[in-house]
Ligand binder design. Structure first.
Ligand SMILES: [Fe+2]
Ligand SMILES: [Fe+2]
Length: 293
């Protein structure tokens, strides 16, 4: 087994939703409405969340190495740990958010439903709606006691130079890969424009869910799931040199998805109970009744 982490190292955030709350500070507007002046993220000081989020990124950037990612792939991509009916897993996911936190009014199910209902309201195909509904399902990794920074957080390629467009790039100083000549050049272990399918991303809920559903959904859905936290690319274009033409085509879907994920908070929360039959049919159309984790 790999490295052990202390509980302080595993849970720097009071709540895993603090990362997404922080994303909205960093990207207050959708890409299409962004002006030249970027958000004043660096000067943003509000409460202790800033410190816990910063510590979260420090750990994430230090520990997400090529070796760590490979170890997690080996550990989790066998899907032999647990079987659970889809809807039971949703209930579990909902327990992840600590209700005692007054800042977090949305539970996971509400976030998923707001995302998917906004997609549905815009008349997109049903697999796109389903993608919205399940996109954060990989957070089930918390079930296995994984460190928060190995479940959520911006993702980035490992095995090549860390872009300074990734949030808090200075923290990569403590990542051993940044001193390793195999990994610290522009292309590192990859070839120019190799295509993202050949690139290992930092480990988290995106890659895990992609691997879990990769045979069940159309390719645009899979791109949205796999790269929705890859802000350094879909918002900053920092890794064009690893992408191929097909990735560029597919990232149009990732771009389309991001506003629904980040900005679809509606004044009246969706009625989970009333919507349930629609989503039961939708899930049954594409996914097996019981999932293997
Ligand atoms: Fe997510
Ligand atoms: Fe999300």
């Amino acid at each position: 087994m790999g490295q052990e982490f202390t509980s302080k190292e595993k849970t720097p955030l009071e709540n895993i939703e603090d990362w997404e709350a922080d994303l909205k500070v960093r990207y207050p507007k959708p890409k299409t409405e962004e002006t030249k002046e970027k958000s004043d993220y660096r000067n943003y000081h509000d409460s202790e969340r800033v410190d816990t989020v910063k510590e979260f990124y420090r750990l994430n950037h230090q520990y997400q190495t090529v070796d760590f990612v490979k170890e997690k792939q080996k550990e989790f991509l066998t899907f032999d740990k647990e079987e659970m009916p889809f809807w039971e897993a949703i209930d579990y996911l909902n327990t992840l958010v600590d209700d005692s936190d007054p800042d977090t009014s949305l539970d996971q199910l509400q976030h998923l439903l707001q995302t998917s209902e906004a997609i549905r309201a815009d008349g997109h195909p049903d697999w796109f709606v389903l993608t919205g509904f399940i996109h954060d399902f990989g957070k089930i990794l918390c079930l296995f006691g994984e460190p928060q920074w190995a479940v959520v957080g911006d993702t980035f390629p490992v095995g090549c130079q860390h872009s300074d467009k990734i949030v808090y790039p200075e923290f990569f100083e403590s990542n051993p890969d940044s001193k390793d000549v195999r990994y610290n050049t522009k292309y590192g272990m990859y070839e120019k424009n190799t295509g993202l399918d050949n690139v290992n991303m930092s480990w988290g809920h995106d890659e895990y869910l992609y691997q879990l559903v990769k045979d069940q959904l159309p390719e645009p859905a899979l791109y949205m799931i796999r790269y929705h936290s890859f802000y350094a690319q879909h918002r900053e274009n920092a890794y064009d040199h690893l992408m191929n033409d097909h990735d560029r085509e597919m990232f149009k879907w990732v771009d389309k998805f991001n506003p629904y994920d980040l900005y679809s908070k509606v004044p009246v929360p969706p009625d989970a109970k009333a919507l349930r039959p629609y989503y039961e049919d939708l899930v049954a159309k594409y996914l097996p009744a019981t999932l293997k984790f």
